[in-house]
Design a protein around this ligand. Sequence first.
Ligand code: AMP
Ligand code: MG
Length: 278
Amino acid sequence: MKLIKRLRVKTSAHVRLTKIATDETPGCRDKETAQEQLADTLAELPKLQYRLFAENRRAVLVVLQAMDAAGKDGVVRHVMSGLNPQACRVTSFKVPSALERQHDFLWRIHQAVPPAGEIGVFNRSHYEDVLVARVRKLVPPAVWKARFQMINDFERYLTENGVTVVKFFLHISRAEQAQRLDARLADPARNWKFTPADIEERRLWDDYQAAYEDVLSRCSTPWAPWHVVPADHKWYRNWAVAEVLRQAMRKMDLQFPPPRHDARDLRRRLAAQEAGKC
Ligand code: AMP
Ligand code: MG
């Protein structure tokens, strides 16, 4: 079975995250194989991106969601690194600004959706509005509960307007998160990534996992499915995200636009012009 299908959350599945292993490596034997295949995938992604750009009709939107330290930044660094920056944009969503809070929650999201020909990556996304907003009680339950349907409708609208939406949940264990946060604290070069709020967020681990289960159960649609990537092994995480993205882009059957002119005739004219000059 193709990886993209294997990791996909089936529409209307009732997801239980404790039942999905964080340290398994479905579809890949070992680290060495993963690294070889990743190199191959990373060589192909810019070619697919080039076709997307040339076709200039559709866009790709990659959504990354995960608990802290699960590897959203790592995926951006390791998987998106080979893409042409001219046709790729990464947006990291932070706490909404005063202006953003004056608008509906999808306002800032819609503005960051990639235009035709480009790949957009969301490092966090509109899903924060049913995750942190719920867990931290930033809005009443009636407000976040209504958002699942709004999100599904919004993503449907995007796909019907030519945006292929590929969503990843990077799934790590609590123990792995502890190790990674500790490594951040121990390393002066990574210390800055750590905030006391991270410890506070970690205390709410179970609430976040429950909120993620609802997200995955309610918003994995035929038009914008979720993929759950076991992410305790960084090598597997990078391999899997790259491979799913490759499979999603291959499926788009991206085409160069038909020639708008007779290339043979133009070459003849070019040659005649050059000859005339000499
Ligand atoms: P980081 O990704 O580590 O730079 O942190 C960004 C922070 O912004 C996280 O704590 C998110 O929970 C928070 N954040 C992102 N989107 C929202 C949102 N819509 N509402 C509230 N907090 C958010
Ligand atoms: Mg952080």
